[in-house]
Ligand binder design. Structure first.
Ligand code: SF4
Length: 469
């Protein structure tokens, strides 16, 4: 009885290679400005062309400024990168969703929202968080620059076989607990390397009840748990999300596609290489305190002592505490923050912005905090403005920015300075990730970021939310 991974994998297998790998056909190749210029150069140097331009879609996200988007950009390297993408797409006949398109945004936000991402696809992109698209029952993975070249040239990739771990999240989430807390919990339990060589299949009542936005948050961070791929079986939530989207099939073709999509779900008797169960009821709002996404505590817990963790993890805990300037045994609640960032491909969709706005409505950002909201796409920004969310954030003292990766990483003007501490809805808290080599990132849900922005320090969103609503 096959799992979804096996069904999709088999359907896209071109051939088995003598070294044990599979030559896999890639249904959709998503391209952005950072990992593609060299790949296009390599293609050009060999006299090759893009094999399937109509299966290749580009946008600009990592380097775009979110404050002043007038061209040419002040950052000449960013301007060069965007110029290269524009030229490469024009020459190859690849569709580019640029700043003027109205559909630009973070690559993992626009794929789903345009209906490009569909169940049963294989999807590759030169970005680690491509696993996001697995929320639709696609097999989606990040690739490096030389693989971007390979996919451009052949639409194929040589892939190692994957094991499948089913992670069943039973029960329901308590108020104030979000998809972000679920995936942080999974990573904390299984470790940042726990998923190496695996696809994570997310199942169970808590996942079944989630919206597509929430499922995307979960799948997005699969890679932070070491998994190559993370996915949720397609169901009626998936199908209704896709109905009417620009690139989804229309009319009768949609119904036929929907029937096929449903058939791709893992069979009830599918066998897994590993199975884990997690109780959703027991999860509490979670905050990372360290330098990888597995180093987290519940907001009402204290920071670990090196002696509390297995011997192999002790040096990592000591290093993280030292870098962060935190002390074992201290509570995470009450940690002062300097910056609050609601954004990134993990948590910058409309529902994330609604949750954050619900917390800040009628409140004001703490005087010592700079707070910004960066919608994941132009479409999210417009939809949020139609609901008046921009006003809620601006009135509360947040900056309301244009779509892009922004402060998730250090490739545009949005950066931490010095030892600043950032409450962030993004996905990585590695040293230097947000632009300052000594800057500090605490990952959490957008609602927790919003609550921290108002309080000026880490607080338990469950107590704040009780007053906000
Ligand atoms: S938001 Fe962050 S993780 Fe997502 S694509 Fe951009 S840089 Fe990568």
């Amino acid at each position: 009885m096959p799992s979804l991974l096996e069904k999709v994998w088999d359907a896209h297998t071109v051939r088995k290679l003598p070294n044990g790998q599979t030559q896999l056909f890639v249904g959709l190749h998503l391209v952005h400005e950072v990992t593609s210029p060299q790949a296009f150069e390599m293609l050009r140097a060999r006299g090759w062309t893009v094999r399937f331009p109509d299966r290749t879609i580009a946008t600009v996200d990592h380097i775009v400024p979110t404050k002043n988007q007038r061209r040419p950009f002040l950052d000449t390297m960013a301007e060069d990168m965007l110029g290269a993408l524009e030229r490469n797409c024009r020459d190859a006949g690849v569709r580019l969703f640029d700043l003027a398109s109205g559909s630009q945004g973070i690559v993992h936000v626009i794929g789903p929202e345009l209906g490009l991402t569909q169940p049963g696809m294989t999807i590759a992109c030169g970005d680690s968080h491509t696993s996001t698209h697995g929320a639709f029952g696609a097999v989606a993975f990040g690739i490096g620059t030389s693989q971007v070249r390979d996919v451009l040239a052949s639409q194929c990739l040589a892939m190692d076989p994957l094991k499948v771990r089913r992670i069943t999240v039973t029960g329901r989430l308590a108020p104030g607990v979000y998809a972000k807390d679920v995936i942080l919990e999974i990573i904390r339990r299984l470790g940042v390397m726990g998923g190496v060589g695996h696809a994570y299949e997310y199942a169970g009542e808590a996942i079944d009840r989630m919206s597509m936005d929430e499922r995307m948050t979960i799948c997005n961070m699969s890679i932070e748990g070491g998994a190559r791929v993370g996915y949720v079986n397609p169901d009626s939530t998936t199908i209704e999300y896709l109905r009417g989207r620009r690139f989804a099939p229309a009319g009768e073709r949609f119904e036929a596609a929907a029937a096929w999509w449903r058939s791709l779900a893992s069979d009830p008797g599918a066998s897994y290489d590993d199975e884990i169960a997690i109780d959703a009821n027991a999860i509490r709002p979670t905050v990372t305190w360290g330098i990888n996404p597995g180093q987290s505590v519940y907001v009402d817990e204290r920071l670990p002592r090196p002696g509390d963790v297995p011997p192999g993890d002790r040096a990592g805990v000591a290093e993280a505490l030292d870098f962060m300037g935190f002390r074992s045994g201290d509570p995470i609640e009450g940690t002062k923050i300097d910056v609050a960032f609601v954004g990134s491909c993990t948590n910058a969709r409309l529902s994330d912005l609604r949750e954050a706005a619900g917390i800040v409505r009628g409140q004001h950002v703490s005087p010592h905090v700079s707070a910004l909201v960066v919608p994941g796409s132009q479409a999210v920004r417009v939809a949020a403005e139609q609901e008046g969310l921009d006003r809620v954030f601006i009135d509360a003292g947040f900056e309301w920015r244009a779509a892009g990766c922004s402060m998730c990483l250090a490739m545009n003007p949005d950066r931490l300075e010095g030892r600043q501490i950032c409450a962030s809805s993004s996905n990585r808290n590695f040293k230097g990730r947000q632009g300052s080599p000594v800057g500090r990132t605490l990952l959490m849900s957008p609602a927790m970021v919003a609550a921290a922005a108002i309080a000026g320090e880490i607080v338990d969103v469950r107590s704040v939310a009780a007053h906000a609503h």
